[in-house]
Write a protein that binds this ligand. Sequence first.
Ligand SMILES: NC(=O)C1=CN([C@@H]2O[C@H](COP(=O)(O)OP(=O)(O)OC[C@H]3O[C@@H](n4cnc5c(N)ncnc54)[C@H](OP(=O)(O)O)[C@@H]3O)[C@@H](O)[C@H]2O)C=CC1
Ligand SMILES: CC(=O)[C@@H](O)[C@H](O)COP(=O)(O)O
Ligand SMILES: [Mn+2]
Length: 400
Amino acid sequence: MGRTTAPLGDAESGAPRTVTVLGSTGSIGTNTLDLIGRNPGRYQVEALTANSNVETLAAQARAFNARLAVVADPAHYGALKEALAGTDTEVAAGPQALKDAAARPAEWVMAAIVGAAGLEPTLEAVNRGATIALANKECLVCAGELFMTAVSDKGATFLPVDSEHNAIFQVFDFEQRSRVDRIILTASGGPFRTWTREQMVAVTPEQAVAHPNWSMGAKISVDSATMMNKGLEFIEAHHIFAMPVDRIDILVHPQSVIHSMVSYVDGSVLAQLGTPDMRTPIAFTLGWPRRMEAPTARLDLGTIGTLQFEAPDETRFPALRLVREALKAGGAAPTILNAANEVAVAAFLARRIAFLDIAALVERSLERVPHAAPTSLEDVLAIDRDARAVCADLIQAAAA
Ligand SMILES: NC(=O)C1=CN([C@@H]2O[C@H](COP(=O)(O)OP(=O)(O)OC[C@H]3O[C@@H](n4cnc5c(N)ncnc54)[C@H](OP(=O)(O)O)[C@@H]3O)[C@@H](O)[C@H]2O)C=CC1
Ligand SMILES: CC(=O)[C@@H](O)[C@H](O)COP(=O)(O)O
Ligand SMILES: [Mn+2]
């Protein structure tokens, strides 16, 4: 994979590093801009993008003097144009504008759009050989082989942002890859870690998004609650580190202090630790290849006292089993799983289905959509569309 040291402008002494933030209005996007804002003169913002949150996007574009602001939903073009009147920021809207934004020559691109909607814009940045800080794990779940092949073929530099994968990246010995025995992905267990299935029947969106350790967007928070997030991260780790699935473990660790571990053939286990604040992994990628200051609380293990560990429970959290089965089935299964999960999570957040229906709908979608392996981006997008339609039909049929 592309752990190259492709040159980035020396942000500490030379010209500002040019950066684009895809999904700038979200949780990862705002944390990224928080770090950029603390380092005046070190970064020049090329493009910022959102889906529909014009107010935040316009405020960010003004604050960071962005060259371009893009809203994916074209219905919001007029409002964005008006909000940025009198500034030097160009304004654009729609899916093609999103891809064009990613194609502009920023050295460093934060990929923080949520869901498969981020795949095409992120690939634009990969295809021009940029440094990609990847938060958008769904890219790798729905198109992992295609994505990592493009990283390698185009000479892009790939830096994982997801806290677990960033942790692994920090302790993974790429020069002695054959000496790596296992990857150990830690999981908080989410807000329902100790709940029975019966207790989970009546879970509300408010309860599901209340993650015990992390402050994140709604979709990933629900994924953590179903533990689908850990399943998606399992697939993500498989692709990023080219690790066979039988050498990746999931370990529940409720405190989210150890962000993940790598175990070596000599019995050494290396881990990355820190307080749960995404500004640490984002700073790792923004400063790359040098570490930069992040304003996060420092880890105080003496005060924490005890770290707990538990085995994951696939019976209470069937998403973990579905991911294992999807990886075994291969072909289109991970793409279908991801698309169905996105549709089901959105329906849950809209109070159209119950919490336990999410995994059940993913399972039924996997049974119904054909599993032919995608060999191109067009294939991936077609499978993604089909799976979304099947899952939406299942929801509709259940409601009728
Ligand atoms: N939050 C976290 O701590 C972590 C997040 N991640 C991953 O990072 C990604 C982003 O997560 P997070 O920041 O929490 O998500 P948020 O929901 O907070 O933000 C999502 C961003 O994507 C934009 N967006 C949403 N839908 C579309 C679309 N169809 N087209 C274009 N842009 C869109 C949103 O714009 P708008 O505001 O206008 O809706 C927003 O800028 C996810 O893949 C998540 O799994 C990984 C690890 C940790
Ligand atoms: C911050 C981050 O990387 C999230 O993906 C986080 O890991 C979610 O926590 P769990 O899925 O372990 O509950
Ligand atoms: Mn994570």
